[in-house]
Design a protein around this ligand. Structure first.
Ligand code: FES
Ligand SMILES: [Fe+2]
Length: 448
């Protein structure tokens, strides 16, 4: 690799994706300079998922995670607030907290013993008086994550002090995110541990697929779906009725409506979950979300830009942590209605494991495709190839009575183009606002 010149890399990035033509260059997924710029711009500036509230319910509970490749600790404070800080000692840069999760009263660096409080504040320095005189505690505390947002059980963080509020960052995507989060007055609960595994592929393949790709399910998951559905119930006719939503902030979702809901739920997560979703939990969902979201939608997939994804009906939630241009670490777990019975929660947990976990039958098929793409991209000709991301070009609209925002057919790539538009905007312009000012959004705000 030659020297990194951000201006040159930005200039290249303007040509990598062409929204109007519906094309993307393969180098987007392998170029180490593009990857470095992604960390510096996209992950440095976007709102990133940190934890679910129920993963750190009590004072002192903490979780070690990542924002891009930066390690952070997110911790419940004594007053119930949540703080996050860079998981790095200010003395010589050692990783401060080396546990994945736990309960602590403070964090002591294993190298020379500097001690930090639950919020990352420096509270003790060994031999401080004879060795240093004094150390300015405030100046040498761990670097805080300056912006924290809590949204219906989810906790997000952002390094950019001037970033727009999280709900504005979500925009119309909140309507679709709530399908996962707001079915019950009790909210949601994260259950089981966090499954963590490595896939040798670029993070964007996973994030884009969850934003924008129902298409692959027709083929990549066909045999697995057919064998896990109730006998003889598989139908090729289910595919046509549904939408894909794209956001000017890069978020995306797709879903089917009506036909095949029980069969698909049964195939993905089992009959107990199908019964809960369509009977026991249905009234509350419809009351809170309306018929369109509470009853009709299924097989939904979604990404909140850049790397937080989930499947609402399977209730698997995951973060695609980038680990270089050719690798991700997936962190996945189940999120369930907090007031569901223990039996239903267990059915979600086991069904999620069977379908979308490291050993899950559908997850295996997705991962296999991403890995093979990345292997192909190691060749110089393969990484110098243009890919087609033009499905449904010019066919989206914004006037559906039930579903807000710009919508295409469920089998389109309108959300992929929205994802890459935001990706390219942040990559190529360090001063670009996190939320683009589009005429559509302006019209929406003017109407409010
Ligand atoms: S690196 Fe942490 S105390 Fe020295
Ligand atoms: Fe899939």
């Amino acid at each position: 690799m030659t020297g990194f010149d951000a201006a040159t890399v930005r200039d290249n990035a303007t040509r990598i994706f062409d929204k109007d033509a519906g094309t993307i260059e393969a180098s987007a997924y392998v170029d180490p300079d593009i990857y470095r710029l992604e960390l510096d711009t996209i992950f440095r500036r976007s709102w990133l998922f940190l934890a679910h509230e129920t993963q750190i319910p009590n004072p002192g509970d903490f979780l070690a995670t990542y924002m891009g490749e930066d390690p952070v600790v997110v911790a419940r404070q004594k007053d119930g607030e949540v703080k996050a800080f860079l998981n790095q000692c200010r003395h010589r840069g050692m990783r401060l907290c080396r546990s994945d999760a736990g309960k602590a009263s403070n964090f002591t660096c294993v190298y020379h013993g500097w001690v930090y409080g639950l919020g990352g504040e420096l509270v003790n320095v060994p031999l401080e008086e004879p060795a240093y005189g004094t150390v300015d505690r405030a100046a040498w505390s761990a670097r805080p994550v300056p912006r924290i947002a809590r949204y219906k059980g989810l906790i997000f963080g952002c390094w950019d002090e001037n970033a727009p509020d999280f709900v504005d960052y979500l925009g119309d995507a909140a309507f679709y995110l709530d399908i996962l989060l707001d079915r019950s007055p009790a909210g949601t609960e994260a259950i089981g541990g966090i499954h963590k595994w490595v896939i040798p592929c670029n993070w964007k393949f996973a994030a884009e697929q969850f934003a924008a790709d129902s298409y692959h399910a027709l083929f990549a998951h066909l045999s697995a779906a057919a064998v896990t559905m109730p006998d003889g119930s598989y139908s090729a006719d289910w595919g046509g009725n549904g939408f894909q939503f794209t956001s000017d902030r890069g978020h995306g979702t797709g879903f089917l409506l009506d036909a095949g809901r029980r069969e698909m739920l049964t195939a993905f997560v089992g009959p107990e979950v199908a019964r809960y979703a369509m009977e026991e939990g249905m009234d509350s969902a419809v009351e809170r979300l309306g018929v369109a979201r509470g009853q009709r939608i299924h097989a939904q997939h979604m990404t909140i830009f850049p790397n937080f994804s989930f499947l609402p009906s399977v209730n698997t939630v995951r973060v695609w942590h980038p680990k270089g241009p050719n690798e991700i670490e997936v962190w996945a777990w189940s999120l369930v209605d907090a007031d569901a019975s223990d039996a239903v929660k267990e059915a979600y947990r086991v069904g999620g494991l069977r379908s979308f976990s490291a050993s899950g039958i559908f997850e295996q098929e997705d991962g296999e495709n991403w890995v093979e793409i990345q292997r192909c991209l190691q060749g110089p000709v393969a990484r110098d190839t243009t890919f087609h991301v033009g499905m449904g070009l010019g066919r989206s609209s914004i006037d559906d009575p039930d579903f807000p925002g710009e919508l295409g057919w469920v089998f389109s790539e309108v959300a992929a183009r929205g994802f890459y538009s935001q990706w390219q905007r942040l990559l190529t312009d360090p001063d670009a606002p996190l939320i683009p000012s589009t005429r559509r959004e302006e019209a929406r705000h003017a109407a409010e």
